[in-house]
Design a binder for this molecule. Structure first.
Ligand code: NAD
Length: 236
């Protein structure tokens, strides 16, 4: 049975990483158009790179929480794919094996001219004039607002094969990521874990809202999913 877990910044909130729309924290101090767009990079490269250096340093100092760990533990019972909007690496550090990052990975850099030329970065600091071996300037491996989402096709394929779909810690306000729910097979049960769970307008899928913090809800939800799986495979 295939479980697809679709996560957003809320899954990392309890690791101490600010969500996007939550009050306070990093995002309250910056305007997206100053640090998260291709225009910002072209206009003030140093500012954008320093901004992502700061984010990388912060993320590397944080640890996965119980929600990341429970999602990884699901692999003992299910075929699990994680599709995340997060650029942090906390799913990987918690042990999840199949993680698709829709918006890039902060622990990597990419060529500014070739989006497929991706290299890991050692530590938190990218030098402003660091170059790829192809000679192009390197930039953070993140998808800026206004850029295409190269992993979208792969994510659609993953979501369309789900037997169970979990939505954890995302307001579903960033597109095209939020449109992934539209690719579910009819009848596939959806579980939304978020203290302020967004309402999903799905005609053909049952939705259960669990309005709790991810670290509190996920262990109990894992037990529920195991029972559900046993029931439909007739193990009990
Ligand atoms: P968002 O801020 O729009 O939504 C976060 C959601 O998480 C909210 O619905 C909130 O109620 C919920 N939430 C808060 N604490 C939670 C908890 N403990 N458990 C469960 N849910 C909790 O963020 P988004 O939907 O992920 O979209 C924002 C964009 O910002 C994404 O594209 C992402 O790439 C980017 N981003 C990433 C990170 C990261 O990598 N950790 C951090 C901030 C922003």
């Amino acid at each position: 049975m295939k479980i697809v877990v679709f996560t957003g910044s809320g899954v990392s909130a309890e690791s101490g990483i600010a969500t996007f729309r939550g009050s306070g924290g990093l995002w309250a101090e910056y305007r997206i158009e100053d640090v998260c767009t291709p225009q910002a990079l072209a206009k003030d490269r140093e500012r954008v790179i320093k901004f992502y250096n700061m984010r990388r340093r912060e993320i590397l100092s944080k640890e996965p929480n119980i929600a990341h760990k429970t999602i990884s533990l699901l692999e003992e019972y299910f075929d699990v794919e994680v599709v995340t909007q997060n650029i942090d690496d906390l799913h990987e550090r918690a042990g999840s094996k199949n993680v698709t990052h829709l918006h890039g990975e902060i622990v990597k850099l990419r060529s500014s001219t070739d989006e497929s030329a991706v290299v890991p970065i050692d530590g938190w600091e990218q030098n402003v004039n660091e170059r790829h071996q192809d000679g192009s300037l390197l930039r953070p491996f993140v998808v800026f607002f206004g850029e295409a989402v190269p992993m979208l096709e792969k994510a659609i394929d993953i979501v369309s094969k789900a037997d169970i779909f979990l939505v954890v810690g995302t307001s579903l306000e960033v597109y095209p990521a939020a449109s992934l729910v539209n690719y579910l097979k009819p009848g596939v049960p959806v579980y939304v874990v978020d203290p302020e769970a967004p309402y999903l307008k799905l005609k053909y899928n049952p939705v259960k809202y669990i309005r709790e913090k991810a670290s509190e809800a996920m262990p109990e939800l894992m037990e529920e999913l195991k029972r559900y799986s046993d029931d439909i495979s007739g193990n009990n």
